[in-house]
Design a protein around this ligand. Sequence first.
Ligand code: 5GP
Length: 186
Amino acid sequence: MAAPVTVPPAATGLEILIPRQRIAARIEELGAAIARDFAGQSLLLVGILKGAAIFLADLARALPLDASFDFMAVSSYGRSSRSSGVVRLLKDLNEDIAGRNVLLVEDILDTGLTLAYLRGLLEDRSPQQLKIVALLDKVSRRQSPIRADYVGFEIPDRFVVGYGLDYQERYRNLADIRILPDPSGK
Ligand code: 5GP
């Protein structure tokens, strides 16, 4: 029988920045920290599609809390690999968040423009508490004064793919987070 394929052929040459075991271990720690802060309360996880879908799925299972999910979608990079600074809401929440504890779940915090927009939008709806968790944080790229309450990993200014993160819709299914050396050159 053939050995199981764990990396799609197109990604075999991409350097691993964060291996799957470190991601899994860090998510357990994040789950414990979040569960401590919201002990005895219910929590609505709001995932930002599509990049945060895999992170949300794993984080939710590391949270011993009464949790529910909802999702939003925004356009950020389109087909380019850098933020245009223009954020457009493509899909709004189904849930009413007034008076609820909300945790915004984002894959990566880069310039901060996307999260600054989303935080403003959600704060206007009067949640009881609004907190942010970002799996990755490119601190050096920040243009908007925003920080996440919980961060998985601070990373350098490299374009990364895998674990939900794409380049032109590819690579989301990689289990490790990898570096795409030259996104614009393919
Ligand atoms: P920001 O508005 O903070 O500049 O960008 C946030 C969004 O940009 C993320 O949700 C993600 O979609 C995208 N992004 C930023 N950096 C990267 C990266 O290194 N790789 C990928 N795949 N997307 C990124």
